[in-house]
Design a protein around this ligand. Structure first.
Ligand code: HEC
Ligand code: HEC
Length: 290
């Protein structure tokens, strides 16, 4: 089809067409709006100036560095160096001070919390859950229901030596295998579980005089007369709503029959003293610290 530019008269004004016409529909050749053109031109100028000032055009062996010599990498390197130097000084001070003094210094406390958070995510979270929420067999660290103690020094000691960890100074305690070693008969285990169920507050648990008697004779030495627990032997409180192995009657029977005696690794060979203090401070601050 031959192109021919025509003028057609729109109801408002006369406009040139591009010469394209289909079935009587013509394409009008309206000029671009002025404001649009000016902004477009301004953008090109700004872009050219930026290309001149900042790193822009890639080459084969390098790139155009720009008249300002600006570099994000150099900036980051400078910041990281400064931070590492600052952190090293703080970590040295954390290592040297008793843990209770570390938390009294707001600057050191902040460094400890930041470093502790990272250490926790890398080393502790797989067992204790995000934020120390806990999981069956792995105690909640944010609930304030401590088995061994929730003061800064207690937590630090737990981390240094671990629990049943094989370290010479590990926290040790061993609940007897009442069922597996036939210290109690299966029927007696059911009866004492009746009593423990009332301490747990399990719905429908009824007091059992015989169960309370068995408890006093076999369990109270570690767990306390009223099931309040005993930190010196790491016996968890049973009169509690927070439990290591679950809050069902079946969990109680399983534990009395064959205690798990969970292992918490020791960290004195894997983390330096400042890092151990930092993660202890972080754990203390999760919500359950004493
Ligand atoms: C392999 C799994 C595992 C890892 C990893 C682990 N823990 Fe534990 N942790 C345990 C177990 C199991 C216990 C409970 C032991 C018991 O029965 O007393 C425990 C107990 C604790 C306790 C004592 C809690 C209380 O109530 O007194 C603290 C504190 C603790 N862990 C902190 C940490 C921190 C911090 C880390 C990381 C540096 C960590 N744990 C890594 C398994 C683990
Ligand atoms: C020598 C001390 C000791 C004696 C005696 C003992 N326990 Fe324990 N008990 C522990 C320790 C330590 C734990 C936690 C660590 C583990 O075994 O995994 C525990 C854990 C438990 C738990 C799990 C608690 C939780 O939070 O999930 C129950 C239930 C329990 N004991 C019941 C009993 C009953 C019932 C008796 C008596 C028949 C008894 N224990 C006697 C030390 C003892």
């Amino acid at each position: 089809m031959a192109l021919k530019t025509d003028k057609i008269v729109s109801p408002k004004r006369e406009v040139e067409t591009t010469g394209h016409e289909w079935d009587g529909l013509a394409e009008l050749n309206n000029p671009l709006p002025k404001w649009w053109l000016y902004i477009f031109a301004a953008c090109i100028v700004v872009a050219l100036v930026q290309m001149l000032l900042y790193p822009s055009i890639p080459g084969i062996t390098g790139y155009w560095h720009g008249l300002l010599g600006y570099s994000t990498r150099a900036g980051v390197e400078r910041d990281v160096k400064a931070l590492v130097a600052e952190r090293a000084v703080s970590m040295d001070r954390i290592a040297a001070l008793p843990i209770a003094d570390v938390v009294r210094d707001p600057g050191l406390l902040q460094v400890a919390n930041t470093s502790g958070h990272i250490t926790f995510a890398n080393n502790c979270q797989p067992c204790h859950g995000a934020g120390g929420a806990g999981a069956p067999g792995y105690p909640a660290l944010a609930a304030g229901a401590w088995i061994w103690g929730g003061k800064l020094e207690d937590i630090e000691l737990t981390l240094i030596h671990g629990i049943r960890s094989g370290d010479a100074d590990a926290r040790m305690s061993a609940m007897p295998h009442f069922g597996a070693d036939a210290i109690l008969s299966p029927a007696e285990i059911q009866t004492v579980a009746d009593h423990v169920a009332t301490l747990y507050g399990i719905a429908g648990a009824a007091p059992s005089a015989k169960g309370a008697e068995l408890f006093a004779a076999n369990c109270a030495a570690c767990h306390g007369e009223a099931g309040e627990g005993n930190r010196s032997v790491g016996a968890p409180a049973l009169k509690s709503r927070v439990h290591l192995y679950g809050d069902t009657r079946a969990a109680i029977v399983a534990q009395v029959t064959n205690p798990r005696q969970g292992v918490m690794p020791f960290w004195n060979t894997r983390l330096d003293p400042a890092t151990i203090k930092s993660v202890a401070i972080y754990v203390h601050g999760l919500g359950g610290g004493e």
